[in-house]
Design a protein around this ligand. Structure first.
Ligand code: 4NP
Length: 170
């Protein structure tokens, strides 16, 4: 990921394992940005170390591929100190992930940290549930929820650039 100090959004999606939700979000955001003509950096990580170096869950790869997005080459990584300076915007997939991110955050980190669904009107404060112990239908629902949110992010970045803030005000 490029430095967060440049003029492009550098977006980091964060879930627990970095094999289901956040790689889907990375792929979905990258595809939506390309389609909309938004230039941005995008990456994903987990708060936990369980799946470092592993590709996404086969169910996540399949759902993404069905939607024309290839995430098969991504590899699991755990959030690191540098991420808080490289990213301009860090999005947690659920509230536990948000707590996990805050536990890793350096005091002077420069990235904005928000819950992904805080960007979506009517869904603020709502996490996107972990589909790992679920079935294909859960992965499909998660893909759809993620896509609703990333479409909002892309539109807001196009309209507001790096000054876009996504954290809820309540
Ligand atoms: P993710 O899903 O956080 O969306 O990548 C999970 C993947 C693995 C585990 C939990 C959640 N796990 O416990 O191994």
């Amino acid at each position: 990921m490029a430095q967060g100090s440049n003029s492009l959004p550098a977006v980091l999606f964060v879930c627990l394992g970095n094999i289901c939700r956040s790689p889907m979000a990375e792929g979905a955001f990258r595809a939506a940005a390309v389609k909309a003509g938004l230039e941005a950096q995008v990456d994903s990580v987990g708060t936990a170390s369980y799946h470092i170096g592993e590709p996404p869950d086969p169910r996540a790869i399949r759902i993404a591929r069905e939607n024309g997005v290839d995430i098969g080459g991504l590899l699991g990584r755990q959030i690191a100190r540098d991420d808080f300076y490289r990213a301009t915007h860090i999005f947690a997939l659920d509230k536990a992930n948000l707590q996990g991110i805050r536990a890793h955050a350096p005091r002077d980190g420069t990235a904005q940290v928000a819950l992904l669904n805080d960007a979506v009107e009517g869904l603020t404060g709502r996490g996107i549930d972990d589909p790992y112990y679920g079935d294909e239908a859960d992965f499909r629902r998660v893909w759809e929820e993620i896509n609703i949110a990333v479409d909002v992010l892309v539109r807001r970045f196009l309209e507001e650039g790096l000054s876009a803030r996504f954290d809820r005000k309540d």
